[in-house]
Design a protein around this ligand. Sequence first.
Ligand SMILES: Cc1cc2nc3c(=O)[nH]c(=O)nc-3n(C[C@H](O)[C@H](O)[C@H](O)COP(=O)(O)OP(=O)(O)OC[C@H]3O[C@@H](n4cnc5c(N)ncnc54)[C@H](O)[C@@H]3O)c2cc1C
Length: 454
Amino acid sequence: MDRVKELRGGSAQGDRVVYWMQASQRSECNHALEHAVELSNNTGKPLEVLFVIDPGYPSANRRSFTFMIQGLQDVADRLSERGIAFSVRQGDMMTEVMEHVAGAAALVMDQGYLRHQIRWYEQILESTEIPVWQAEDNVVVPVSMASQKEEWSAATLRRRITPLIDENMVSAPERELRSRSDRIWDEGYAWKGVDEYLDSLDMTGPLPSTQHKGGQNEASKRLKRFLDERLYRYAEKRNEPSGQWTSDLSPYLHFGQISPLTIAGEVSGRIGSEVFLEELIVRRELAVNFVTYNPSYDGFECLPDWAVKTLDEHRDDHRDYTYSLQELEKGETHDVYWNAAQSEMLATGKMHNYMRMYLGKKILEWSETPEKAYEAAITLNDRYELDGRDPNGYAGVAWCFGKHDRPWKERGIFGKVRYMNAKGLERKFFMPAYVELAISYLQDAENNGDRPRA
Ligand SMILES: Cc1cc2nc3c(=O)[nH]c(=O)nc-3n(C[C@H](O)[C@H](O)[C@H](O)COP(=O)(O)OP(=O)(O)OC[C@H]3O[C@@H](n4cnc5c(N)ncnc54)[C@H](O)[C@@H]3O)c2cc1C
């Protein structure tokens, strides 16, 4: 199966080929971009890459937009070197895209999997008549090739996806554009610098991350650092919350600033690769499978029947502590580890995976109802994590409530949903080091003039 699909054919009548960049915010290993270059070369029509900054994007905030716009600067530089025109517009996504593709010869799109993105693709097909192509290059194995239904667990997806990995590990080498252009940035967009620009949009919300800067150049540096310094001990150390042994690539993957094909290609064959590729391919693509086939992916209703039943049976159980979303958000609970995790997220925009699990489990334990807990976990994740608003976030929260897991021994509040506690953290890890690290992140942010506490 080719990962670039013709969604609607026809002859290229208009004046230019447009690649609407949205989910793959990169110039490297971008199948949609390279396909658009090929279409431009074949038809002799100029190529234009369109990007729309939509301040109304679900859960858009200052932190995520800073990261995204930092990334656009890298894209602009590289497209300019390649002689590819780049138009950045600001406004409602569909209004801008429709206006822009009117009169185009063909449209190429990349692919995301959330419901608003799917709706955009449908609207484009409904409201235009031009040839449309779509490239699915933010996964290693195209979703419907891996499975045509919602998978029960990592084990069931693993069986299907593993034999398909090698044949799909095809990168997208840069093609030369024949009719070069020197037009970068559209007249509709005034480039002012990230801060000034976000001020002009009145963009609020959590402040930019002190630890993670956006862009494909930064993503490449992180990948290199990971390969050189971390991968060899990843299998053994990745769960250590204060250890910093993971790749830190999730925000870059979320914005499509790096392709999973690039990462998988570089990692394959090295010591530690097996465990890492399980996360990057099986776990991550299980999340994409989940949002593709489960329409309630961000709500309590997405959970398996056994989890809904057991949580319902325990909804009236006594809770030693209950916190509202606002109280949780401040990171001032009775639990020092939970507060440290919340601080890490508030200050850096990226919490360690093990602590994300702990955070979600405790939100379930400390909320008045499992439904309120679910909503709080999604809200915090989408608001503060740079990699939030992502299939992985929806699958991660759902996992805390039993999704992709199995029933465990029954207990209060959780019923048969897997439980976690502070003693477990202390048994496995040296937790004072994590608390110390979280405090240092808060101090960094405060020294930076930020007030990361909610
Ligand atoms: C409650 C909860 C919420 C989460 N929210 C998000 C989120 O919003 N966005 C997000 O990208 N991930 C989320 N995760 C999954 C995981 O925590 C992050 O992907 C991981 O911490 C990213 O750090 P890293 O890039 O250093 O990971 P690494 O360990 O270096 O892994 C490499 C890549 O593999 C993928 N990966 C790793 N662990 C998982 C996992 N458990 N599930 C799916 N994919 C994984 C990620 O794309 C990651 O970038 C969540 C997990 C939980 C339990």
